[in-house]
Design a binder for this molecule. Sequence first.
Ligand SMILES: *Cc1c(COP(=O)(O)O)cnc(C)c1O
Length: 337
Amino acid sequence: MSDLKPVATVDELRTRLGRFSRLSLADLPTPLLDCPRLSEALGGPRILVKREDQTGMAFGGNKVREFEYSVAPAVEEGYDVLLHGAASQSNQSRLTAALAARLGLKSVMVGRKDAQSEPVNGNLLLAHLFGAEVHLVEGPEEKEAVIERLKAEGHRVYNTSSDGYYLRGVSYVDGFLELWGQLRERGIRPDALYVCSGLHTHVGLAVGARALGIPMRVVGVSPSPRDNATSNAGLAGAANEVAGLLGLKLSFSAEDFESYGEYAGEAYGVVTPESREALVLAARTEGLVLDPVYTGKAFSGMIDHIRKGQFTKDQAVVFVHTGGTPALFAYADEVLS
Ligand SMILES: *Cc1c(COP(=O)(O)O)cnc(C)c1O
């Protein structure tokens, strides 16, 4: 572990963040919800949920905050197509399509034909509604062909996955400042943050905490089975890039990260018994909706750590709810079975 000396104050971080171009998309700050009935049901620490599922645009989620920074270059540089492709129930595809509509740009979704692509529901239904040109393909060659065709037609194609990549982590340094301000206002010092860890949200939160010298576990739970040492090395590499963009003198290594691939089950997008239990528990104690692909699995990791006694009743943990709730409607059988 590197030492925890702060390298910036909150105001200095704000100044550095203020130098980036930024779109105004999200309803901020998002709420911080106290979950006393959930805490009681688990006999655990105080649990708070940072509602990044409530960022506002098109059913919300972490991508709305990320896009404020990561899609700003597309607007400045005059791109005319926003492209995204992943699973058929991709939240990022839904929000790429919604954002393109809002900016008056064309959107193209090149999704995968998978177990949730028929019947059309959830995020895929919304991508259609927002006017995306939707292609559901079997493999990467078909996806490349769509991109090549768009370029040949003279379009300037901005891929919301790969373009503006590290700016997404920058957005969650901002997200960390917002959360930290809310916690300080209420006098809460959490021992851990839990977040579903793809990459960017986890990295941004960790960079924010380290820049301010705050001793707090930032625990990432992966939506896909992954080797933890490999994940941690990847997260550290991305954190160094994000710190570099912000001009922060920080250096991360794999040991600075804590992530878990073992709560993902068989594969990405496949519901586990534990994530189903997490969805039901959050719903029935707090009226809180999680999603089956990302936050349900992350929540199941947090529940497991609480049950294993990692926290006392006078400690507090924050679960960062990254969104994804429209996918629930494409998983009715798996969730209710
Ligand atoms: C995309 C996504 C994530 C992972 O996001 P990162 O950008 O890698 O942090 C987590 N949860 C939900 C619901 C998502 O849609």
